[in-house]
Write a protein that binds this ligand. Structure first.
Ligand code: ZN
Length: 419
C-alpha cells in the first residue's frame, strides 16, 4: 500500500509534529509565540537545501520561497500555503507521534492515556483506512497534523518538482504562515509578498475536499459600566454590571442562534467570554453567517439587545463595538471560478471525487482572497483536529501531494496574465 511519497511524508510529519509551535491569542507579538519560529527556521533551512529560491522570512514572519518555472513555461504564478502554528485549545508540548503502520481496523489505543480510544465505530472514516499508515499522538497532546500535514504536503511536492526539472510547471510561490489558529496569519502585506495570481491553502481534512466557501465573520465587544458603591450603603444607588451582563446574555436568542444549536448553513452569535466585576463587565462575542445580510442582521441584533438592556437602567453605560474579521471567500471566487475549477480537476485527475462543503469557520484563504489573491482550500488529510484523538493517514497526505503536482502541471498549460 506504500505510495511514492509515503516515506518522505511520514518522516516530515513526524519531525514537524514534534516541534511545539502552538500559537497564543492572548499574546500581542508577531508571531504570537517565538516557538513558531523554530518551525519557520527549520523550513527555511530545508527549502534552501532542496534548491528553492528567494527563501526569506517576511516582516510578518511568513516563510516565503520560490520554485522557479521550468524553462519555456510562461504561466500564471500559483501560491501554496500552509500554517506552521498549532491550535491553542489543547496541550501541544511534547508531542510524541506514533505511526500505526498497516492499520488493522480496530481501536487505536494511546500509550500515555490508557483510557483513551480512537475507534472506527465512533469515527467511521477510520474504518476506510485499513492497511494504511495512521499517525496519532500519544494521548496527552494534539498531533498538530493541522497544519503540519499541509506543511509536509507542500514541502514534499516542492522537493519533487525541484528534483524533477523534466516536469513542466510555472513559477510557484510558497508561504508558511504563523498564527492561523488565532486568525492573524494573513496580513494585507501577504498578496504583495506572495506575488501569486492565485493560491491554495492545504489546510483541509478529507481526501477530495476543495473548499471555496467560508463563514463571514465579525467580532463584538460589549462593555458595561455600572455604578459601584459600598454594598452597605448601596440601596437605590448601586448598579451592578454583572446583572446587566447576564441580562444581555439572556435576552440574546441563546436557544436558537448559538454554535451548539446550529449546523450546516446556519449562522450564530457565540458568547466567547465574560469578565469583570459589579463595577464593570466586558463581554466578547463572535458573529458568524455565510451571507453578508445575515451577518449584518446578527450585529444589529446584538446592538439592539444592548440598547434594550441599557434602556432598563439609564444610570449604566453599555457600549457595543462590532469589528470586521473575515468574509466568505465565495463572494470573490465566484467572479472567476478558474482556481476552484482547476482544483476540482486536479482532485479528479488524482482519482477522487471532489467534495465542496461550506466551512463553518475561516481559513487563511478567506482573508487572502479578500485582500486580493483568490485562495480556495484543499485537503491534506488531517482528522479530529485540536484534540488528543487527532490523526492523519500517510496515504491521504500522498493524495494531497498528488493534487498539488496535478495543479502544477495544469497551470503550466495556462497563459500568463497580460501585463
Ligand atoms: Zn489549520
Amino acid at each position: 500500500m506504500r505510495t511514492d511519497f509515503d516515506t518522505e511524508l511520514e518522516d516530515r510529519l513526524v519531525r514537524y509534529a514534534k516541534i511545539d509551535s502552538q500559537s497564543d491569542g492572548h499574546s500581542a507579538s508577531v508571531p504570537s509565540t517565538k516557538i513558531q519560529l523554530d518551525m519557520s527556521r527549520l523550513l527555511m533551512d530545508e527549502l534552501k537545501a532542496m534548491g528553492a529560491q528567494d527563501v526569506t522570512l517576511s516582516q510578518d514572519s511568513v516563510v516565503l520561497a520560490t520554485i522557479p518555472a521550468t524553462q519555456s513555461v510562461d504561466a500564471p504564478v500559483m501560491g501554496w500555503l500552509a500554517h506552521v502554528d498549532t491550535a491553542p485549545q489543547f496541550n501541544a508540548t511534547g508531542v510524541k507521534p506514533v505511526v500505526h503502520r498497516g492499520y488493522n481496523g480496530g481501536d487505536i489505543s494511546f500509550a500515555d492515556a490508557p483510557d483513551l480510544r480512537l475507534s472506527p465505530e465512533e469515527y467511521p472514516f477510520l474504518s476506510e483506512k485499513v492497511g494504511e499508515d495512521i499517525i496519532t499522538a500519544s494521548g496527552t497532546t494534539l498531533l498538530g497534523a493541522d497544519d503540519k500535514a499541509g506543511v509536509a504536503v507542500v514541502m514534499t511536492a516542492a522537493r519533487h518538482l525541484l528534483d524533477n526539472p523534466d516536469i513542466a510547471h510555472g513559477k510557484i510561490r510558497l508561504a508558511f504562515v504563523p498564527d492561523e489558529e488565532i486568525g492573524r496569519g494573513v496580513t494585507p502585506n501577504l498578496p504583495a509578498d506572495l506575488g501569486a495570481d492565485f493560491a491554495y491553502t492545504f489546510d483541509g481534512s478529507t481526501p477530495g475536499d476543495v473548499e471555496y466557501e467560508s463563514f463571514s465573520a465579525d467580532a463584538g465587544v460589549v462593555k458595561i459600566t455600572g455604578v459601584s458603591i459600598h454594598p452597605g450603603w448601596a440601596k437605590d444607588e448601586l448598579v451592578n454590571a454583572l446583572h446587566l451582563g447576564a441580562k444581555v446574555l439572556m435576552t440574546l436568542p441563546h436557544v436558537t442562534m448559538t454554535p451548539e444549536t446550529t449546523e450546516g448553513r446556519e449562522g450564530f452569535i457565540h458568547a466567547v467570554s465574560m469578565t469583570g466585576s459589579a463595577a464593570e463587565v466586558e463581554m466578547h462575542f463572535i458573529l458568524r453567517d455565510f451571507e453578508m445580510e445575515g451577518l449584518e442582521a446578527k450585529g444589529a441584533l446584538l446592538r439592539q439587545v444592548c440598547e434594550t438592556v441599557a434602556a432598563t437602567e439609564p444610570r449604566a453605560r453599555i457600549t457595543c463595538d462590532i469589528t470586521h474579521q473575515y468574509r466568505n471567500m465565495r463572494y470573490w471566487l465566484e467572479k472567476d471560478m478558474t482556481p476552484v475549477d482547476m482544483a476540482l480537476a486536479a482532485v479528479r485527475k488524482a482519482g477522487m471525487e471532489p467534495v465542496s462543503g461550506a466551512i463553518r469557520g475561516g481559513t487563511d484563504g478567506s482573508r487572502l482572497t479578500e485582500f486580493g489573491t483568490p485562495c480556495p482550500n484543499i485537503f491534506c488529510g488531517m482528522q479530529n483536529v485540536h484534540g488528543p484523538l487527532e490523526w492523519v493517514s500517510v496515504q491521504d497526505m500522498a493524495k494531497a501531494t498528488l493534487v498539488a503536482l496535478n495543479l502544477a502541471s495544469s497551470v503550466a498549460e495556462l497563459d500568463a496574465p497580460a501585463g
